[in-house]
Ligand binder design. Structure first.
Ligand code: ZN
Ligand code: ZN
Length: 178
């Protein structure tokens, strides 16, 4: 594998320029510090989700999730606790939280524990990752303006058409593991 490829990931600035950012070895944790983690690789992709579930669960306008293989999330401290939450679709959703301060650290959707949706806001440097796609914009609040150059979809989207080939291969390999 080309290491330079592995150490950076392409993001599009609001001006449409491509930026290289260091996205390997990012660390984060909960509000009280009991849970700490490290992302051993760059995420496969980053979602900004504007759906009503995400708005309700975060109490905010959207959620920012870095999708990454479970084994690439190294737990440095604490034992985060998965909590089942209801969803509009009925598909299972676990939000893994710090047992002490209850900060949401990552989600597992549809029982697919091989892929974690890590909350970008829990990174020590949340600006390290920016969304590769905006989804469920049909429920986006009107005062959030989306940047030009980042794909946006009314509902979900076809990852096969949007993700880099390397990320698709990583996801396929992760989901093949049981
Ligand atoms: Zn905590
Ligand atoms: Zn959502």
């Amino acid at each position: 594998m080309d290491m330079s490829e592995n150490l950076t990931h392409l993001t599009h600035s609001s001006a449409g320029r491509v930026r290289h950012e260091r996205t390997v070895g990012l660390e984060g944790g909960c509000a009280c510090g009991a849970v700490r983690y490290r992302l051993a690789s760059a995420p496969m992709f980053v979602h900004c989700c504007h759906c009503l579930d995400c708005q309700r669960q975060t109490g905010s306008a959207f959620v920012l999730n870095a999708l990454i293989e479970a084994e690439q999330v190294e737990l440095l401290a604490g034992e985060p606790l998965p909590i089942p939450v209801p969803t509009d679709s009925g598909s299972p959703h676990l939000i893994t939280r710090c047992p002490a301060c209850q900060s949401a650290i990552w989600s597992v959707y549809g029982g697919r524990a091989q892929v974690r949706f890590v909350r970008v806001g829990t990174l020590d440097r949340p600006s390290a990752l920016s969304p590769g796609v905006h989804i469920y914009t049909r429920s986006k609040v009107p005062w959030v303006a989306l940047p030009a150059g980042v794909p946006a979809f009314d509902a979900y989207y076809d990852a096969g058409a949007l993700w880099p080939a390397e990320s698709l291969a990583r996801r396929k390999a992760a989901l093949a593991r049981t």
